[in-house]
Design a protein. Structure first.
Length: 277
C-alpha cells in the first residue's frame, strides 16, 4: 500500500497547524516553513516535503537542487556541477521533484514530491543532493524617494532580503553502516561567549546524524544540541556546542558526552566519551 497520500495529508495538516499557531521552529526562514528538514530515501521510491507560508502576504518560492560538501569544521562549500564527482553527478541525475516553483497564500501549505530512479548498475552507497527553497522577490512598485515627484532627482532603490532554506536529500542503496567516535573536548571562553569544541570521527559507508548531550555524574543534562551530522565525504569534524551562563556553572566534575541518534530515529547510542572541564 502506498503511504505517501496518507503521509501527505498528515504533513499538510501539521504545517497548517504550525502556521496558524505562529510557530517558528528551526526549519523556518523568513516567512517559509519547511518540513521535514532532512529526507532519506532507501533504494527507489519517493518522499514529500511540505512548504508553508507563515507570513501575511502571498509569496513565491523557487525550488532547485544543488551540491554541497561538508568540511572538517562542519561548514559547507557549494560545488558547481562542472566540479561534481561521480557520486554527486549520479545523485543529481536520479532525483526528480515537482513542482519547481510555487506561489502560496498566507497560511497555505504545498507538498513538493520527490522521486528517485536509480539507474541500472548503480553501485551501493549513499548519494546526496541539497534541495533549495528560495523566495522570489515580489514585483511591488518602488516607492518614490520623496512625496513630491517634482523634487525627485534620482532613482529610489528598495532593498528586499531574499530568504532561502536548504535541506539534504539522501538516497541510500544497499546495506550501509556508519559508525562514530568522540575525541577530545575543549572548553573555550571568548569575548562572544563560551563553547565546547568536540572532535568527532566517522567510519563506514554512510553518514551519521544525531544529537550531542552532556550529562553530569548524576545523569542531569547539562547541554544538548540536535541535528549534528558527519557526512560521508569527511572522516572527522569539529562540533561547536555553545554554552550559556547556567550551563557553564554546571560543568563540574566529569561530564559524560553522548552522541545518539535522534529519539524519532530510535535514539541508539553512536559514541560517547568523558571530559573534565
Amino acid at each position: 500500500m502506498n503511504q505517501l497520500p496518507v503521509l501527505r495529508r498528515i504533513a499538510l495538516c501539521a504545517a497548517a497547524l504550525l502556521s496558524a499557531a505562529g510557530a517558528l521552529p528551526a526549519n523556518a526562514q523568513g516567512d517559509l516553513l519547511v518540513a521535514p528538514t532532512r529526507v532519506v530515501i532507501n533504494g527507489g521510491g519517493g518522499a514529500e516535503v511540505v512548504l508553508s507560508n507563515i507570513g501575511d502576504k502571498p509569496a513565491t518560492y523557487r525550488i532547485s537542487l544543488e551540491l554541497r560538501r561538508m568540511d572538517e569544521t562542519g561548514d559547507f562549500d557549494e560545488v558547481p556541477e562542472a566540479s561534481a564527482n561521480a557520486s554527486e553527478r549520479a545523485a543529481l541525475d536520479m532525483v526528480r521533484y515537482a513542482p519547481r516553483r510555487v506561489t502560496l497564500l498566507p497560511g497555505q501549505p504545498q507538498a513538493v514530491r520527490i522521486s528517485v530512479r536509480p539507474p541500472e548498475g548503480l553501485p551501493d552507497g549513499e548519494y546526496r543532493v541539497h534541495m533549495n527553497f528560495r523566495a522570489v522577490p515580489s514585483a511591488d512598485p518602488v516607492e518614490a524617494a520623496t512625496a513630491d515627484p517634482a523634487q525627485a532627482t534620482g532613482v529610489s532603490i528598495k532593498l528586499v532580503p531574499v530568504y532561502g532554506i536548504t535541506i539534504p536529500v539522501f538516497v541510500r542503496k544497499g546495506r550501509l553502516e556508519g559508525q562514530a567516535t568522540l575525541g577530545a573536548a575543549q572548553l573555550v571562553r571568548s569575548e562572544t561567549g563560551a563553547f565546547i569544541d568536540l572532535d568527532m570521527g566517522r567510519s563506514g559507508t554512510r553518514s551519521v546524524y544525531g544529537e550531542i548531550t552532556g550529562k553530569d555524574a548524576r545523569g542531569q543534562v547539562v547541554f544538548s544540541i540536535r541535528g549534528v551530522a558527519i557526512y560521508s565525504e569527511v572522516n572527522r569534524r569539529k562540533a561547536r556546542i555553545p554554552l550559556n551562563a547556567g550551563q557553564l556553572a554546571l560543568l563540574k566534575g566529569p561530564i559524560r558526552i553522548e552522541y545518539r541518534e535522534l529519539p524519532e530515529n530510535g535514539g541508539a547510542l553512536l559514541a560517547q566519551t568523558t571530559a573534565n572541564f
